[in-house]
Ligand binder design. Sequence first.
Ligand SMILES: *Cc1c(COP(=O)(O)O)cnc(C)c1O
Length: 397
Amino acid sequence: MSSQNWEELQFATRAIRTGHHRTAEGEHSEPIFTTSSYVFASAAEAAARFSGAQAGNIYSRFTNPTVRAFEERLATLEGGDCAVATASGMAAILATCMGLLRSGERIVASRSLFGSTTMLFNKYLARFGIETVYVPPTDLGAWEAAIDDRTRLLFCETPSNPLMEMVDLRQLADLAHRHDCLLAVDNCFCTPALQRPLEFGADVVVHSATKYLDGQGRCVGGAVVGNRQIVGEEVYGVLRTAGVTLSPFNAWIFLKGLETLELRMLAHSQNAAQLAAWLHTQPAVAQVYYPGLPGHPQQHLVGSQQRTGGGIVTFAVHGGQAAAWQLIDATRLLSITANLGDTKTTITHPATTTHGRLTAEERAAVGISDGLIRIAVGLESIHDIQADLAFHTLPPL
Ligand SMILES: *Cc1c(COP(=O)(O)O)cnc(C)c1O
C-alpha cells in the first residue's frame, strides 16, 4: 500500500486506508502492538538506532507501530506533514507549549477556551514565566493589540465552547505570521471532517481525540498535527522525553474511530441543525447558538471555513439556573455529563460545570448566562432527542 499516492484519494478513503503497513502475517485489520521495547539484530544496530543514524523503533515511549498508524492517518486527514499522538488532549496542548515556547514569551489566546486549557496557561505555564493574554475570539483588532514583541503563539478554538463563536482562521493566521507568531488551533469541535485549519494557514492543530475522533466515549487521548520542524522535531522532542505518549490500545480505538469520522460528523451535524431549528421555535428558549442558524454573526464561515454547523447546540432558557436545571433534570434519555463527541447525546449546564470555576463576573464577560444549556447532539434518532427535551413536560416558566 505504500506505493499509493494518498493525496489523490478522497477524505473518506484516506480515513480508512492510510497508516496501516501490513505485516508479514497479512492481517486485514490494524494490529495492536503491545510491546514496550523492540529488539535489534546486533549491538551495532542498537547503537545506530540510539544515535539516530538509523530510523526505527527503540521503545514505545518514542514510537509504536499502532500509535504511528493513528498519527499517519490523522496527519493525512488534517493535511499536515506529521502528527504526534499524546496521552490526552491536554497533553497535546502541554507538549505544544513546551515544544514551542520559552520563559519570557507570551501566548495570546481566545478568552473562550476549554477550562483546563485556561487553567494550564494561567496556573502552570505562568509559573515558568510564560504569560497568557486573553481576547474576544472574533475581535481581530483585539488580537492584534495584544500581540507584543514577546508574543510567539496565538491559540484558539473554533467554534468556541459553549457559545459557538467562529474565528476567521485565514485572517488570524495572516495576522500571526505578520507578527512572526505561530497559530495553534484546537480543532476538537469540528475534526478534519468539517474543518482543516492548516489549509487556512494555521501552523499547528491540536486535538482531544477523546471526543469525536473516538466518537463513542471510550478512551482518552490527543494529538498534535503540523509540519516536520514544529511537530516532528519540537513537539515530538518533548513527548519522547517527557513521556505523555498515547497507549497503543487507545491508538487502535482512535484508528477505528477515524474510519467512520466523516459519516458520523455529517450525521451529528444533521441532527444538531434540526435540533437547533426546533429549539429556535420554542417559547421557553430565549436564544439558540448554532453555526449556520440564520442570524449567527459568523454565518458566512459555514460552508467556506467549516463544512457544516457541527454537533454542538447551545441555548439559553428563560428563568435562569432554576429553569435550566429543571429542564436538564426532566430529560430521561439524554446523559447529564460534560463529555462530548459521543454517539450518545449529552446535556450540561456550563455555568455550574465546565465554567463553574469562573467568577460570576468572568462568566458574564464571556457571555455564559445562568440559563445556558449545552447539548452535544449524538446519533440517536432526532425524533427521540427532541421528544426528550419537549418543554410541555415543564410547568410554564
Ligand atoms: C476535552 C477537550 C480538551 C482536553 O482534552 P482531554 O482529552 O480531555 O485531555 C481540549 N480542548 C477541547 C476543546 C476539549 O473539548
